[in-house]
Design a protein around this ligand. Structure first.
Ligand code: SF4
Length: 215
């Protein structure tokens, strides 16, 4: 866990997926409120449809389904919302709707954080959940094992530190960037060039030390 000061900073669960993909993307969204208009417009339009699409058969099987559930963890100062919670006989089962198709483990952290909240809120163990991908209309089941829990805890503290210090992470400018919805706002090649230039300027004007053999 972070410092006492950091522990007072609440972490939005939605930030964890962004953090896992690229800490700078997380900073642009959660520190600077930058967002991709198109992506969010589409998400808003689908918001009503999403919760029904994510749990099409559970109710038919007699499982109680809760939608748009507010989640929190006092212990971790974590807040968020789950699209769907299926109240199965063997425990709560969170289901999160995703617009596209599966790409990496990033969304698993968001789902795992929902499970951590549910465990604290309900005093029940939550061992698995699912991500529903609209592009393929398939569920991908996620098991909340020790490794995923540890990665999620690390991400929570990483986001908390970023929010507490209000520091925008640097741009990695790598293969993640072409697929990033914030590419136009981030301009990673410009930012990294500027940082490189600053480094070069720093070394150009570094005063020579006394006794420098090249002086
Ligand atoms: S464009 Fe690249 S560096 Fe910038 S937020 Fe996206 S992934 Fe991160």
């Amino acid at each position: 866990m972070g410092t006492t000061l950091d522990a007072e900073v609440e972490v939005p669960i939605s930030a964890l997926e962004h953090w896992s993909y690229c800490p700078r993307q997380c900073g642009l969204i959660h520190l600077e409120q930058t967002f991709d208009e198109n992506l969010y417009t589409i998400r808003g339009r689908l918001a009503h449809e999403r919760v029904d699409a994510a749990a099409p058969t559970a109710e038919a099987a007699g499982i109680r389904v809760l939608r748009a559930v507010t989640l929190w963890s006092e212990r971790r100062a974590l807040r968020g919302k789950a699209d769907v919670i299926e109240m199965r006989p063997d425990g709560p089962y969170p289901v999160e709707y995703k617009v596209g198709r599966r790409g990496g483990l990033h969304a698993d952290l968001q789902l795992c954080a929902q499970a951590l909240c549910l465990e604290e809120m309900l005093g029940a163990s939550v061992v698995r959940g699912a991500l529903f991908y609209a592009a393929t209309r398939r569920r991908h089941e996620v098991v909340f094992d020790r490794q995923l829990r540890a990665r999620t805890e690390d991400a929570i503290e990483g986001v908390r530190t970023m929010l507490a210090t209000q520091s925008l992470p640097p741009a990695p400018n790598d293969r993640r960037c072409p697929k990033c919805s914030l590419l136009d706002s981030c301009l990673p090649s410009v930012v990294t060039a500027r940082d490189r230039l600053r480094g070069l300027q720093g070394s150009l004007f570094r005063p020579l030390e006394l006794g420098d053999p090249d002086a």
